[in-house]
Design a protein around this ligand. Structure first.
Ligand code: SF4
Ligand code: SF4
Length: 167
């Protein structure tokens, strides 16, 4: 590389350095829009999306509105929802322990388990948008921290029950 090329490259580098410093300096002088979690938390959670959660029935908030149609599972692009329903017993096996299978199941309008794996969720909202009975919404739980991704698997039926008891 010739001396003139080296000089040109150094000038380009310096120019880029000053442009970057200018952007940093400008941002530094603007009002702070982030908080230092966990020392601080935001107070306008209605504008945030936490993981999805179930919406309870008006007459019994511990029971989800969900009719176990399975539409949200199909709509989810990240495969994070699992909805299980009781599988109807086969003839002659009525006394066998109740089995659970993926929603929808013939004749079942009630979910037996609703699980979201928040470690996969992109918060796109397709599940809530697709639900025909408005049984899904975003929670106000955006502060999830864990060392093990298993902790992001949330039992939404149990959560709904807890919420109903606390109300
Ligand atoms: S918000 Fe999107 S990614 Fe998350 S569970 Fe719903 S459909 Fe799946
Ligand atoms: S789309 Fe709604 S009603 Fe259907 S399984 Fe999902 S939560 Fe339940």
């Amino acid at each position: 590389m010739s001396v003139s090329e080296l000089f040109e490259e150094a000038c380009t580098g310096l120019k880029s350095l000053f442009v970057g410093l200018g952007i940093t300096g400008k941002a530094f002088c603007q009002p702070q829009v982030t908080v230092i979690y966990p020392k601080q938390e935001v107070d306008n959670l209605s504008t945030f999306r936490g993981h999805v959660e179930l919406v309870g029935k008006e007459d019994d908030p511990s029971v989800p509105r969900c009719v176990a149609c399975g539409a949200c599972v199909k709509a989810c692009p990240s495969d994070c929802l699992t909805i299980l329903c009781p599988v109807p017993a086969k003839e002659g096996q009525e006394d066998a322990p109740m089995a659970m299978g993926p929603a929808p199941q013939k004749g079942s309008k009630t979910p037996g388990a609703v699980i979201v794996d928040f470690s996969l969720c992109s918060l796109c909202g397709q599940c809530a948008k697709t639900c025909p009975v408005d049984s899904l919404r975003f929670s106000d739980n955006p502060y999830m921290v864990a060392l093990d991704r298993k902790e992001f698997r949330i039992d939404l039926m149990a959560r709904l029950k807890r919420q109903a008891e606390e109300e």
